[in-house]
Design a protein around this ligand. Structure first.
Ligand code: GDP
Ligand code: MG
Length: 443
């Protein structure tokens, strides 16, 4: 996820952070790097210009450069400005005051609408709603089947009609069916096109008129960069969007779309999707996302995911252990197991502070190796890795079919991550709100 951009920004910021005093010239040099990194990531040029100008103004304005920790302060400013660029506070999905909430999903062909319909259905069902998915893509028979194939295993009801019926008529009848059957949310999957031509615009406007949507969510394919952002703006002009869902963020190493879309359209990003699996839908939290991009991890999301996978009680216990610095290799292994059930080990590491640098070396085989290494340790060694001296490390390597260098690497990374986690949960830089949320969870 945003690997290329993330790695480049982290290199630049690490350089800033490592030095003591910073001159204005050094600041400008670093900001030039940041600017290039963002432009190369295909972030809209005006967005980049404003972003860098804001950071520079703040860094020069508040005696930051003369402070004792100028590098860290500048990094903190970059983090805050990035979160602001992404929209500031997270925005919840709205629901209708009366009657079923209606979510109209629009976007170009292949942007992930049909998949998103099923995901949103599952998300709503998880919040106690009774969703009805509606196949209002009348062009492709396959789209109806696709929606049914995605919805059925998840236990979601799908409304479809045979033959070529205008989308607005399907929408109106689906809404009536929702009222009749007691559904509380209606998710409308629509036809997409390569571009928003008049036919599609008319079809979607008619559908919106017939269903009075609570939200018009525009799917933006992260992999299409700025062109997807431009298209989102066109959809917004025609349909008055209320929110953005950036899809395929897992496959996007650059980040141009996800970083620009809020500034360019003015619409909040409400969700991102991060994988092929139906569960891979995340509510979008600008501040946490900024942390992930800058390699500060995202302990809060990590804990939330763990909560889904292992149940709330255990998740709270883990949160407490992270906060108190007791998080050990056994916890690490347990978390890996839980997250494996959810299909996203790379995602786990990305959310662990200090681990994002591992992304490149990371593949499933690596993780299997990491698991094997931890499994070859005794319970005592997992709890207190510091007792792993040379001969123990050789034993663990032999037992797991790896080399002592592999064992060393894992232990170094774990130590670094743990230190960072403690710093974060201890109210360190960039971790203030993560700490507050963790503490709130523990109450
Ligand atoms: P639609 O034409 O807008 O309805 O798009 P679909 O829902 O059919 O999705 C198009 C393709 O993108 C499918 O192969 C999906 O599996 C894939 N896709 C959707 N969301 C994601 C995602 O978050 N990550 C990845 N890697 N693939 C996705
Ligand atoms: Mg579709």
């Amino acid at each position: 996820m945003l690997d290329a951009l993330s790695a480049r920004l982290q290199r630049t910021l690490a350089r800033l952070r490592s030095g003591g005093r910073i001159t204005e010239a050094q600041l400008d040099e670093a900001l030039r790097e940041v600017r290039l990194a963002l432009l190369e990531a295909d972030v809209h040029f005006q967005v980049v210009r404003d972003f860098v100008a804001h950071v520079r103004e703040r860094a020069l304005g508040r005696e930051v450069l003369r402070s004792l920790t100028p590098g860290q302060q500048v990094v903190g400013i970059v983090h805050e400005e990035l979160a602001a660029l992404l929209g500031g506070d997270a925005e919840e999905l709205r629901s209708a005051e009366r009657g079923p909430s209606v979510y109209l999903l629009v976007g170009s062909k292949g942007s992930g609408k049909t998949t998103l319909a099923a995901r949103l259905g599952l998300y709503l069902a998880g919040r106690g709603e009774r969703p009805l998915l509606v196949a209002a893509d009348l062009e492709r028979v396959a789209a109806v089947e696709q929606l049914q194939a995605l919805g059925a295993p998840a236990g979601l009801s799908v409304y479809a009609e045979p033959g070529e019926v205008p989308a607005a008529e399907i929408g109106a009848r689906a809404l009536a069916e929702a009222r009749r059957s007691g559904a509380t949310a209606v998710v409308l999957d629509t036809r997409g096109a390569v571009e928003l031509d008049d036919d599609l615009a008319d079809e979607l406007i008619d559908l919106a008129d017939a269903t009075d949507p609570t939200e018009v969510l525009i799917a933006v394919d992260a992999m299409s960069g700025q062109s997807a952002v431009d298209l989102a703006r066109e959809f917004h002009d025609v349909l008055e969007g209320t929110g953005i869902v950036v899809t395929k963020v897992d496959s996007d190493s650059r980040g141009g779309a996800v970083l620009s879309v809020r500034a360019v359209t003015g619409l909040p990003v409400k969700f991102i999707t991060t994988g092929e699996r139906i569960e891979a839908l995340e509510q979008f939290h600008p501040e946490r996302f900024a942390s992930r991009v800058l390699g500060m991890g995202d302990v809060v999301t990590l804990v939330e995911r763990a909560k889904d996978a292992v149940g709330e009680g255990e998740a709270k216990a883990v949160a407490k252990r992270v906060a108190s610095g007791e998080f050990d290799l056994q916890d690490f292994l347990d978390q890996m197991q839980s997250l494996k059930q959810m299909g996203s080990l790379a995602g786990l590491l990305e959310m662990m502070p200090g681990m994002s640098g591992m992304q490149e070396q990371l593949d499933e085989r690596e993780l299997t190796r990491t698991e094997a290494i931890i499994r070859s340790m005794t319970p005592e060694e997992r709890r207190r890795p510091q007792i792993l001296n040379g001969s123990r490390r050789r034993r663990v390597a032999a037992g797991s079919g790896t080399t002592p260098a592999d064992v060393n690497r894992l232990l170094n990374q774990f130590t670094k991550a743990k230190k960072l986690m403690q710093a974060m949960t201890g109210g360190g830089r960039g971790g203030g709100s993560a700490l507050r949320e963790l503490l709130r969870m523990q109450q």
